[in-house]
Ligand binder design. Structure first.
Ligand code: MN
Length: 314
């Protein structure tokens, strides 16, 4: 009986030669102060977007020193035209923004900040923190019709959980297999966290109208038989209704997807929009315009916006 099941699983997971091949990309590594390694899987020169997801940073894991000095200390900075999504595997991040939000986020919880017409925020390791920091931060581009909406902040302390094969799934954004996340987004999108023990295998249903991307957060994963080391992005084009994942070692993996984004946008520094919108946001942020508000507890501290590249080199 169990042998039969294993054969069935193996068949379900077999490569389909008619299926478009997975494309893998190498994320760009950079080091933020204090030894924090960031793997930037989006945007890449070869791939700027997956659905509306325009930015995907995988940071850590990093062991923090006792004073938290090696943690995250990002002072007030602005955003327009996007939403930020923060998801932690380990540790805590203390978020404050110009709406007055003041929230420590922990693993299995979700922060979604909608910048819309303008917001500013800070992100720090809180004084009272665990030994490690590990997580992802993403940006979701707002479609043009929603780009100027009022800013907003959502914290979700609990999200839907379900399973596919041996994978324990947490649904962060969108709908999947009858579950729906409470997170508000403005373009069809999905975001899933998967957890599998060594040797675990799962056929994960996909929306064939979406394109998808997968990264490995911990352990060792193969996706449709292709090894996906930490620091690489797997891209799956539209037209797929499932993907097979297998844990060569106990693994956490992370999937994003969405309907191919249709609006023409520019992404520069912390802004998404038209060039004219980004130009205006840069000038207004540097003039300390009330549009971006202030973040409590930071005094006059702010990170100046650099000149836009098209202005430096017209
Ligand atoms: Mn930010």
């Amino acid at each position: 009986m169990s042998n039969m099941e294993r054969e069935h699983e193996a068949t379900a997971c077999a490569a389909d030669p008619a299926r478009e091949a997975i494309i893998t990309y190498t994320a760009r590594d950079s080091e933020l102060g204090g030894g924090l390694i960031i793997r930037r899987a989006l945007p890449l020169r070869e791939r700027r977007l997956i659905g509306p997801w325009c930015f995907l940073d995988h940071f850590g894991p990093l062991a923090l020193d006792d004073a938290g000095r090696a943690g995250m200390h990002v002072g007030p900075h602005p955003h327009i035209g996007l939403q930020t999504v923060t998801w932690l595997i380990e540790g805590e991040v203390w978020h404050k923004d110009s709406l007055g939000s003041d929230m420590v986020i922990r693993p299995q919880q979700l922060n979604v900040m909608t910048a819309g017409r303008g917001i500013s925020h800070s992100e720090e390791t809180p004084a009272d923190h665990g030994p490690m920091m590990h997580g992802v931060q993403l940006w979701v581009a707002l479609p043009r019709a929603e780009a100027h909406r009022e800013p907003a902040f959502e914290h979700h302390a609990a999200l839907p959980h379900h399973t596919a094969g041996d994978a324990a799934l947490t649904l962060i954004v969108g709908s999947h297999d009858g579950q729906t996340s409470p997170a508000t987004v403005y373009w069809p999108a999905i975001c899933l966290d998967g957890d599998m023990p060594q040797g675990g295998e799962a056929v994960v249903p996909l929306d064939p109208s979406f394109e998808h991307g997968v990264i490995t957060l911990t352990g060792a994963l193969t996706i449709d038989g292709v090894a996906l080391p930490i620091g690489q992005l797997a891209y799956l084009g539209p037209g797929r209704d499932e993907v097979c994942v297998r844990a060569e070692a106990g693994t956490r993996w992370f999937l994003v997807g969405g309907a191919p984004f249709e609006d023409e946008i520019t992404m520069w520094w912390n802004f998404v929009g038209t060039r004219a919108e980004i130009e205006a946001a840069t000038d207004e942020w540097n003039a300390r315009d009330a549009r971006f508000g202030t973040v409590a507890g930071w005094g006059d501290a702010y990170l100046p916006a650099p000149a836009t590249p098209w202005k430096r080199q017209p």
